[in-house]
Design a protein around this ligand. Structure first.
Ligand code: KG4
Ligand code: ZN
Length: 342
């Protein structure tokens, strides 16, 4: 039996996973640093790097009982994009294992990991597909034509959708990261109470903007003054409603574009932390049905950062004998439409 070990340390999750050659994840262990960063209201890069240094050791020891170390044929780590200190930790641990065991090292693009994350659970997920990648750090719609060939159809021109959730959640008094609290709170709210507008709403435009929405929401909150629980619920519901509307319009435009250049596109996926929002999931599911597309959404645990998605990509590289050179350096910016760096 052959296995690949993968490491993810690009932001605030330390994660390790082992995958077999058929693409089955044998084991994954993830440590979330959210409790550590909560007190600062966001991820503090140096604190994150230090935590990765400690946790990676524990996690590797934990999973090492689940496979025979001599079965490893490659070791992968997220090489970017992300916080450079965290990336350094994962890449150096992987390079060390690669040297010690005499197996190739594979640097994986984190965004390609998110794009292929549906594959962890669904073997029928295949190219070509359209994917909406919506996390705290990233917000883009991608047309994935084939392995390694990705076109960014639309992206945010300012804040990511996750950032919009988080920044407004903070003003509402919720903990970081606030997206899930807004979703919970919105359940008791009136989604039509506050009128927000869809930004960049010209016909056919696939790009997004969320900073204006953030300002509009903050103005509404300040205008209310002392917030009751009902006020919080109404703001949350109205905000979530406009975000769902925005994503639907943008994805509708994106699907139309993707089908015009690649009529055989039948699969659509959503990934990244924001994809765990049930309102967003259900609205996009309806959109897929309207377009006759198959919808793929990873389970909640695979929407957020994890090493299983890095392992899935690493396996594709391994099969093609695409190994990373020794002089690879982690990169904080690494666009998914220009993946090949060595
Ligand atoms: O992919 P992720 O875990 O980390 C990054 O790579 O950024 O995404 C985190 C983002 C945060 O902005 C968080 O507020 C948002 O995903 N998020 C949600 C929900 N759960 C997480 N946003 C809306 N609704 C949710 N249920
Ligand atoms: Zn991510």
């Amino acid at each position: 039996m052959k296995h690949i070990l993968a490491i993810e340390t690009s932001c605030d999750e330390t994660s390790v996973a082992v995958i077999d050659m058929d693409g089955n994840v044998i084991k994954e262990r993830t440590f979330s640093q959210i409790e550590i960063h909560k007190q600062y209201g966001g991820v503090v890069p140096e604190v994150a790097s230090r935590s990765h240094v400690v946790q990676i050791q524990f996690l590797l020891k934990e999973i090492s009982n689940d496979f025979d170390k001599t079965s490893l044929v490659a070791v992968a780590a997220t090489g970017g994009p992300g916080l450079i200190g965290g990336l350094m930790v994962g890449v150096m641990v992987a390079k060390g294992i690669s040297f010690a065991m005499g197996i190739p090292f594979i640097a994986v693009n984190h965004l390609e990991g998110h794009l292929l994350s549906p594959k962890i659970e669904r073997k029928d997920f295949s190219y070509p597909f359209v994917s909406a990648l919506m996390s705290g750090g990233h917000c883009q719609v991608v047309l994935a034509r084939e392995f390694g060939n990705y076109e960014i159809i639309g992206k945010t021109v300012d804040d990511s959708v996750g950032e919009a959730f988080d920044k407004i959640a903070r003003v509402l008094g919720f903990d970081y990261p606030g997206g899930k609290y807004i979703e919970q709170c919105a359940k008791a709210g009136d989604k039509d109470k506050y009128k927000f507008t869809v930004p960049m709403n010209e016909t056919g435009n696939c790009n997004m903007s969320f900073s204006g929405l953030k300002t509009a929401a903050i103005n509404v909150i300040k205008g209310i003054g002392e917030l009751s629980e009902q006020d919080k619920a109404d703001v949350s519901a109205s905000l979530q409603n406009i975000i769902v509307k925005t994503l639907l319009i943008k994805l509708n435009n994106s699907i139309t574009y993707a089908k015009s250049v690649m009529p055989e596109v039948k699969n659509l996926s959503i990934c990244g932390g924001v994809a765990s929002n049930l309102e967003i999931r259900s609205a996009i599911n309806d959109l897929c049905q309207k377009h006759g597309m198959n919808m793929f959404i990873p389970s909640l645990r695979y929407c957020t950062d994890n090493a299983s998605m890095i392992a899935v990509v690493a396996l594709e590289y391994y099969k093609r004998e695409l190994y990373t050179e020794d002089d690879f350096e982690p990169v904080s910016r690494w666009p998914v439409d220009n993946i090949k760096i060595n």
